[in-house]
Design a protein around this ligand. Structure first.
Ligand SMILES: *Cc1c(COP(=O)(O)O)cnc(C)c1O
Length: 341
């Protein structure tokens, strides 16, 4: 497969149109057989459910080239499962996870000329999404839906090298108890836009959200889960029903326990104890882990001993092991790597 003439190393995180996308439509109570299309435009009613009441959920994953030249994705079955759960919560018909994985394979294969080569640090980002397409004006679920996967090549996350982030404790809440914080829905992002624009204006990289009920416990940022390392080298991540179950975070906990021989635990974490941790990172598909150097709580600074120039030592080990597994340099647990071609 001849690769497209793209300067992979200088790619950012933006939309670049590729040749194919996957589309399936739901009508009269069933999904059609679906398939690839070259048409990048979506034509829907001006009154579509997604436009009126934000009835849409999504996923995010990457396809990339391994050291030995295979094109693969990382645990797409978990993205398919999570999309099923997200859909159920918003009364969207489930797009079955087996069909999800097949669609991922099909759309990546078709766009393999856009999958960056090994070593470029770049990847093909996949954005699967589901949305209500038929007219809805009284508040109720749509009856017709579309499932799509668009793809776009994206550059390496740590382009100018690794730079630890500065966060602020956010005065806005991200998710209510028993709300929708645990699903991957555009609505959770729409309400975070004001908070992130404000954070950037104040010179912070990200918001640390607290639990809405007591505002004493750590939840997550707008788009990544927290991971902390204690001073005695234990990995801990916040447990809450209102954070998004990050596939990266779950994989890192497994790596900590089974590859690095570390203790790892998911438990409630209070804001009060954050100052006692040795390392802090944000986990998600985009960066795997971005180190956090400093968290500012209304003028009070929490500075992690790992500092503002590099990842902490355990964060780095976790990062190197998981990216090693993903790129085929380290043997992966059964079922983690889905080979496309
Ligand atoms: C997608 C997402 C994450 C990261 O999940 P991954 O599966 O690791 O990519 C974390 N938090 C939120 C709110 C998200 O939407």
């Amino acid at each position: 497969m001849e690769k497209k003439n793209i300067d992979w190393g200088s790619l950012g995180f933006g939309y670049i149109k590729t040749d194919y996308r996957y589309v399936a439509n739901y009508k009269n109570g069933a999904w059609d057989e679906g398939g690839l299309t070259t048409d990048d435009m979506v034509t829907i009613s001006e009154c579509a459910g997604v436009l009126q009441y934000a009835q849409t959920v999504f996923e995010g994953l990457k396809a990339y080239t391994t050291e030995d030249g295979r094109i693969v994705t990382f645990r797409p079955d978990l993205n398919g499962e999570r999309l099923e759960n997200s859909a159920r919560r918003l009364e969207i018909p489930v797009f079955p996870k087996e069909r999800f994985v097949d669609a991922v394979v099909e759309v990546v294969k078709a766009n393999s000329a856009f999958v960056p080569p090994y070593g470029s640090g770049a990847s093909l980002y996949l954005r699967p999404y589901l949305f209500g397409t038929d007219p809805v004006i009284g508040v109720k679920p749509a009856t017709e839906y579309q499932f799509r996967i668009l793809t776009t090549p994206v550059g390496p996350y740590f382009k100018g090298g690794i730079k630890p982030l500065t966060l602020r404790v956010c005065d806005f809440d991200r998710a209510a108890p028993r709300g929708t914080g645990h699903i991957k829905a555009g609505l959770n992002y729409a309400m975070s836009l004001h908070a992130i624009v404000d954070a950037h204006n104040q010179g912070y990289d990200e918001n640390m959200y607290l639990d809405a009920a007591t505002r004493t416990k750590v939840e997550e940022t707008g788009g990544a889960n927290f991971l902390f390392v204690t001073k005695d080298g234990k990995v801990v991540t916040p447990k809450s029903d209102s954070i998004l179950p990050s596939i990266t975070r779950r994989s890192l906990i497994y790596v900590a326990q089974h590859y690095l021989g570390l203790e790892a635990e998911e438990r409630e974490i209070t804001l009060e104890e954050v100052k006692d941790f040795a390392e802090c990172g944000l986990c998600g598909t985009a960066a795997v882990i971005s180190p956090v150097g400093k968290i500012v709580d209304h003028g009070k600074e929490i500075c992690f001993p790992s500092g503002m120039t590099d990842m902490g030592p355990i964060t780095k080990k976790l990062y190197e092991t998981l990216t090693g597994i993903q790129s085929g340099r380290i043997e992966a647990p059964e079922g983690w790597i889905k080979e496309i071609c």
